[in-house]
Write a protein that binds this ligand. Structure first.
Ligand code: ZN
Length: 271
């Protein structure tokens, strides 16, 4: 099994081709030309498509790719999300099979109410678990909540699944494959909030002048410097909640970690 990152030529998305034997899965194949060429190139003969969430920059290529490859579209659902093409519905706890590899569907709402991620817990490529994270997690950042999202819901999802202390925390060795690469801008934002974040500064220098790349870090690395995953850090909390523009205590924002998250999210929206 391998995961091949693909760069969209019609938007700023990254999307992914998972190949195992004669089976291939395309995740959010927004650029049909690139997607179909890569799928055919893989040598696979059985194709399927997964949508991580309803946003047009993720599902807009599905009809064309499905028609070209004879692929079925597997997509999540939520009562308040717009209807999208869905040949099969995915829910949290479902398994998606690609050849011999098994991908667990995680329902990770917040960026949108229907958002899912796919987790391969024990890939046979000798590396750590692989997480196809859509717009949940980015290098040095986190998804926004501006289009059908909800910030307290996203904070709860992040604390449960991505933070080191979360109830369903994933291992540090988890490699994640995000739907966009905003690393340089995200690192600039971190340094605007935490000028003394040495790891962010080192990474900002490392990405200067380097072409966009989708997969740079593991979840353990993100937990070490990405403030959206350090919500229980007392120094970060004091710094963020001490700002005059900190999120007020409100329903869903009644603990310091969630208010820290909401304040960071609002600041990043304006950055
Ligand atoms: Zn999105």
């Amino acid at each position: 099994m391998y995961v091949r990152p693909l760069r969209s030529t019609v938007s700023d998305n990254w999307f992914y081709l998972v190949v195992d034997g004669d089976s291939a899965l395309l995740v959010d194949p927004i650029d049909p030309g690139v997607a179909v060429a890569a799928a055919r190139d893989s040598g696979a003969s059985r194709f399927s498509i997964v949508a991580t969430h309803w946003h047009p920059d993720h599902v807009g290529g599905n009809d064309a790719v499905a028609a070209a490859l004879g692929a079925a579209v597997f997509a999540p659902t939520a009562a308040d999300a717009p209807e999208i093409r869905r040949d099969h519905t995915l829910r949290g706890g479902d398994l998606v099979e690609v050849g011999a590899s098994r991908w667990l569907v995680l329902h990770v709402p917040g960026h949108t109410s229907d958002h899912i991620a796919l987790l391969c817990e024990s890939p046979e490529d000798g590396h750590g678990p692989a997480l196809l994270s859509g717009d949940l997690l980015f290098v040095a950042g986190i998804g926004n909540t501006r289009l059908g999202g909800d910030t307290p819901t996203l904070a709860a999802t992040v604390r449960r699944t991505l933070c080191a202390s979360g109830a369903d925390a994933l291992p540090d060795a988890t490699r994640f494959f995000p739907g966009h690469d905003y690393a340089a801008r995200n690192l600039d934002f971190i340094l605007s909030v935490e000028p003394d974040n040495a790891e962010a500064r080192r990474r900002r220098e490392a990405v200067s002048g380097v072409p966009s790349a989708p997969t740079l870090t593991t979840l353990g690395e993100e937990r070490s410097y990405n403030p959206f995953l350090r919500l229980d850090d007392p120094t970060l909390q004091a710094r963020v909640l001490g700002r005059p523009d900190a999120a007020p205590v409100a329903p869903g924002l009644d603990d310091d970690a969630t208010r820290t998250f909401a304040t960071l999210r609002a600041l990043r929206d304006r950055f």
